[in-house]
Design a binder for this molecule. Structure first.
Ligand SMILES: Cc1cc2nc3c(=O)[nH]c(=O)nc-3n(C[C@H](O)[C@H](O)[C@H](O)COP(=O)(O)OP(=O)(O)OC[C@H]3O[C@@H](n4cnc5c(N)ncnc54)[C@H](O)[C@@H]3O)c2cc1C
Length: 449
């Protein structure tokens, strides 16, 4: 059912660019558009900017470097460096797996959007769109609708950007989306991240077991195989020191989490909280000198969704593009993060039983990267609808790579810049790819040549 736009709901037509979702992709998009003088609005369902890195308590940035140099530049690097400034224990030149203080990160984004003049509305869940069909069959989004505290609001703009992570705007506007590989609806598991306080800092920083994922594997497997903590079934997990005595955990898999299904989604929060509690108990038992007196300070306000709906774009990035280190004539940046697709429940059980599973996590050599074509941001058939972030047009395996925060920031800056260059009432594709690249370069983006 589509929302009836003939009904009397307040219409706000004071913006050129409206961004749905204020995660890393949405924030970078809004900053890029607003800094180019466009009146820009972010509609965010939650109560803070930053998406998974703040509301989802994801505790660390994936690498910003290709092991030789930083390749996620422009707004991405600017935000990364600013968030680092607030964390006294992080080396200033750290580039890879840098921890995130979520409260500091929220304020960095609040300040940046305020300085750029971006309007931000929290508690606004985008639920529908009005779409005009033009002569020739092309479509144009005229308004989108968001639910806010028992009311509906409509927002008009020249360009809309879907950075909801779940392609909510694209799906609700009636454009095709994909969930899974097109044949099955298998997606990566979710994780409900959490934070422990009162961790013994001396032992946390000195015990080799905490120094690498590899070293922690025997403990993770022992907790999983003990039978006492049945929700935790993982042979490896991540953790990051966030502040005094405070450690963030990206740990535990919740396989049956489908954000399109309100029952499954809600049940996952309850399972996630219980899982965090069980892992905490396991850590207290197996590593008492580090976690014995620790306190489960909080689970994330937002479920950690790795993979959900993806748009169908002008171009679909594939794993073959990734493996071929492909360069595109219309690329808007580069990526080098590995193919990080988390295990299915069955694979996880096999690993815990000491059996092998196929490893599809291709790693690049230092200095290698592939291009991110702008076609993966453009919703096919729509004149004025872009996507940015983990819901762009790509296959499942390569989504495991491009979904991480540095890449989402780069895609966001490109989408916002593209939106700002678009003529009023025109098809976004009238903006030459070369012009977009030139403007992105001026704003610090990284290209291979
Ligand atoms: C458990 C987990 C661990 C991860 N670990 C890492 C890591 O270590 N390092 C790393 O760099 N990346 C990591 N990632 C990946 C990364 O955090 C996300 O993929 C990335 O944040 C995606 O950015 P995004 O802007 O596309 O979406 P999100 O960060 O998901 O942001 C989407 C935003 O849109 C809002 N929204 C959703 N629907 C609507 C709607 N209908 N209307 C309005 N607003 C809406 C949400 O509230 C949210 O704020 C991890 C992800 C998960 C889930």
């Amino acid at each position: 059912m589509n929302v009836d736009f003939t009904a009397s709901i307040p219409l706000d037509d004071s913006h050129d660019v409206v961004v749905a979702g204020g995660g890393p992709a949405g924030c970078a998009a809004a900053l890029a558009a607003a800094r180019r003088g466009k009146r820009t609005l972010i509609l965010e369902a939650g109560t803070a900017l930053g998406g998974m890195g703040t509301l989802g308590l994801v505790p660390a940035w994936c690498p910003f470097s290709d092991k030789e140099k930083i390749i996620y530049r422009g707004i991405a690097q600017e935000i990364f460096e600013d968030v680092k400034q607030g964390m006294a224990h992080i080396k200033k030149d750290a580039a890879d797996w840098v921890p995130i203080d979520p409260e500091y990160y929220k304020r960095v984004l609040d300040k940046k959007v305020s300085e750029a003049g971006v309007d931000v509305l929290f508690g606004q869940t985008v639920i529908s769109a009005a779409v005009d069909v033009l002569p020739g069959g092309q479509k144009r989004v005229s308004h989108i609708a968001a639910a806010y505290k028992g009311s509906l609001r409509a927002y008009a703009a020249n360009v809309f950007i879907d950075s909801t992570g779940d392609a909510d705007l694209t799906a609700s506007a009636g454009f095709p989306t994909l969930y899974g590989d097109g044949e099955t609806e298998e997606v990566q598991p979710a994780t409900h991240c959490f934070m422990l306080s009162n961790v013994d800092e001396y032992h946390y920083h000195s015990d080799p077991v905490m120094q690498s994922v590899e070293n922690l594997k025997p403990v993770s497997s022992a907790i999983s195989n003990s039978g006492k903590y049945p929700l935790f079934k993982q042979h490896a997990f991540n953790h990051s020191p966030l502040g005094p005595g405070t450690v963030g955990f990206n740990a535990g898999h919740l396989w049956q989490t489908d954000p399109r299904d309100p029952y499954a989604y809600s049940a996952s929060y309850m399972r996630g909280r219980e899982l965090a509690h069980q892992l905490h108990e396991g850590l207290k038992e197996y590593l008492p000198h580090i976690f014995g007196a620790s306190f489960l300070a909080q689970t994330a306000p937002a479920m950690g969704i790795r993979e959900s709906r993806r748009i169908v774009g002008d171009y679909t990035l594939t794993v073959e593009d990734y493996l071929g280190r492909k360069t595109f004539s219309d690329e808007i940046g580069r990526n080098c993060y590995y193919l990080d697709v988390h295990l299915t429940e069955e694979e996880s059980e096999r690993v815990l039983a000491g059996k092998k599973v196929k490893d599809g996590s291709e790693q690049y050599m230092p200095g290698e990267s592939h291009g991110l074509p702008r076609g993966m941001l453009a919703v096919a058939g729509a004149q004025n609808l872009l996507a940015a972030g983990r819901n762009v047009s790509c296959d499942r395996r390569v989504q495991g790579s491009i979904r991480v925060m540095p890449v989402c920031l780069v895609m966001g800056q490109a989408a916002g810049t593209w939106a700002a260059l678009a003529g009023k009432g025109k098809d976004l594709r009238e903006v030459e790819a070369k012009l977009l690249q030139t403007e992105l370069k001026k704003d610090g983006a990284f290209f291979s040549s």
